[in-house]
Design a protein around this ligand. Sequence first.
Ligand SMILES: C[S@@+](CC[C@H](N)C(=O)[O-])C[C@H]1O[C@@H](n2cnc3c(N)ncnc32)[C@H](O)[C@@H]1O
Length: 425
Amino acid sequence: MLREVFSIFTCVAWVGFAIYLSPWMKDISHEVEAYNATTFQYPVPLSTHNEEHTRLVQNLQRSSGKWDSNHPRHRLLTALYGYTSYKDKNLAEVNRWRNLYKNVPKQQRTMLESTVHYTRKLNTIEHLLDTNNELARSIVDHGLWFYNISQSELDEFIKESESQKRSADKTSVSQGMKHFVRDWADEGHEEREQSFGCILKSLAQTSRTTDRPLRVLLPGSGLGRLAHEVDNLGGFDVTMNEWSTYMNLAYRYVSSRSIPNSVPFYPYIDWWSHHATTEDLQRSITFPNQVIRPSSVLLIEGDFTTVFAEHTGQYDILVTLFFIDTARNLVSYLETIHRLLRPGGRWVNLGPLLYGTAPFVQLSLDEIVALSESMGFEFQETDPTVGNITVPGLQVRGLDVAYGRNARGLNKNAYQAQYWEAVKR
Ligand SMILES: C[S@@+](CC[C@H](N)C(=O)[O-])C[C@H]1O[C@@H](n2cnc3c(N)ncnc32)[C@H](O)[C@@H]1O
């Protein structure tokens, strides 16, 4: 079936502060009560897994829409081509490193070989690539089965792509696979706590009943761990949405795994910067550290701004995690968030403002708040333990959060991610 910082101190202090802050918490719970007292009727029921499956299968038909690089099947085949090419692409990179090494004068190479065994390191990495390639191959095999695409169709697509000099995308494959660490490995635990903590705390405090679960939508859900953590809270009907076919293939794969920590791979071997030891660089991680309950969360694949055309006013809560700055047109994202929420519905955001290469508009935090307010959002007071107010007068808190960090890496880059909760009036 188909259906996709805050500081460590703050995380740890979360429970302790609850007692200290209990008078404040009481205020919040009033707001929560008021929020839920709305006797709102949903316009139509949400899509079911079966309906979403039907929609996906229809969209994937070659005959549905124009056959070009934006066609959903073309995009899916492109990602399958990417995962298929994992070994070739990465071997080519190791070979490039081997060739670069030849520039080192012989005497220096002799020294490197006798001390750090540099050639052996290159050979080891080449060997470890086999394990990652097995994972990439499993993602492809599962994807072919899941989306009902034959190997011969993929082979034909790859042949055609190569003849047209369309190269497989190594970066998107690597990013998709590295997200297994962020979302589904023990190693990503601290990173997840940093960014999920405030969101889950806020949702956990929202009053709800199992007979009338609150509908939550998470666009740009990546590999879906937050969506599943929300689902684990109980009393929420969770939908996630993801546009990237690389992410969706990886998510479909991870959700098919039924044995915890049964998949090993080497997430760090393709980037040799910031390693304290070669052992760190070559270490293996396993996933999933939690088995996904089948069908608990609905994944709706596609572009957030267009795929929910029929869902106006259907969600109680919209959670955007590291998402809004991915917009080509940020105004369209904000309008879509507003449109999809029911009156009184809540938008919870955490993320940086790291604009991509070609956004139509690039807004500062104060501009985003002003624009959102003009659309009818009212920014709410939030838990002070989350972080400090970023701009005096605006109900937005900043917290240091990592994204895709190698826990043992020598680099400690983090974002001042911005947290807010805004209610649709
Ligand atoms: C920075 S990642 C964050 C992923 C996830 N929320 C997390 O925190 O791990 C942003 C995600 O948004 C997805 N995305 C970008 N534009 C999108 C769109 N228009 N509709 C749905 N997803 C989109 C990207 O493919 C990517 O997976």
